[in-house]
Design a protein around this ligand. Sequence first.
Ligand SMILES: CC(C)(COP(=O)(O)OP(=O)(O)OC[C@H]1O[C@@H](n2cnc3c(N)ncnc32)[C@H](O)[C@@H]1OP(=O)(O)O)[C@@H](O)C(=O)NCCC(=O)NCCS
Length: 152
Amino acid sequence: MSTHTIRRAKPTDIPELVTIGLEAATAAHWPESEYERIFETGSVPRVALVADSGGQVAGFIVARCIEKEWELENVVVRQEFRRRGLGRLLIQHLLQLARADCAARIFLEVRESNESARKLYSQLGFRETGHRSGYYSHPVEDAVTYEIVIRM
Ligand SMILES: CC(C)(COP(=O)(O)OP(=O)(O)OC[C@H]1O[C@@H](n2cnc3c(N)ncnc32)[C@H](O)[C@@H]1OP(=O)(O)O)[C@@H](O)C(=O)NCCC(=O)NCCS
């Protein structure tokens, strides 16, 4: 099995990020312009990491950092790389960065039926904080909200 490294996303990754996001039905489907904003000065600060497998992007994670409140906006692993621990590794790296940046908490929303992601979040210490009725469209579905407290 090839080795994976977690690194910061670069503007040249954008085409792969768009493709990987669109391939996953339950991921946030951002257009190229939204990924471009990650690298623009003056935009909302974001952290974007990719799991690099021999030069190929196997997965990525994006979080928005509004002062001490971070929001995990998207985490996706390419189908052929799933169940190898990459989703866990990406979130663990994000948690490390949040701790180093003295973030207070990370929150997120996920489709209620997305059991794999919900299991992963719970495993890593996120706790369920509520439901948002009909939050998602195409198809309409409730969101479950989670958070992990980094520091009180
Ligand atoms: C959610 C997602 C990122 C997980 O990535 P992954 O690399 O496959 O996850 P990991 O291999 O790190 O799995 C970690 C844990 O998550 C849970 N998990 C992951 N996939 C699972 C599945 N298909 N069924 C059940 N549990 C699953 C398990 O608890 C797993 O631990 P284990 O392998 O020790 O049992 C991936 O399934 C994905 O890209 N899904 C589509 C996009 C998405 O829905 N993103 C989240 C919402 S924005």
